[in-house]
Design a protein around this ligand. Sequence first.
Ligand code: SF4
Ligand code: SF4
Length: 98
Amino acid sequence: MMQHLIASDMSASGGECRPGCGACCIAPSITSSIPGMPDGKPAGVRCANLDADNLCQLFGDPRRPTVCRRFDYDPALCGDDRDQAIARLAEWEAATGQ
Ligand code: SF4
Ligand code: SF4
């Protein structure tokens, strides 16, 4: 799933990530190992490193997974608010089957 996000064209994305959203740390599955989640995580499950304010506790930390460091804001998926992002990312996850 995240690989598909990374492969999408971010060059014309515009906009920027909403701090405290965290939708991309919940809705998609992650297959690589994450600190605290050695087998990655299934879709719809909060990452163990997402704090109560929906901020990544590993931001700027070398242990932050590569897949996360490479993920970037994409208006087509991030939408206008967090609920939209959760819904769109869940749809994308279901569509790609990953
Ligand atoms: S879903 Fe988009 S807006 Fe929300 S935290 Fe992730 S990159 Fe930022
Ligand atoms: S490690 Fe951080 S950026 Fe990656 S899914 Fe978890 S909370 Fe999100």
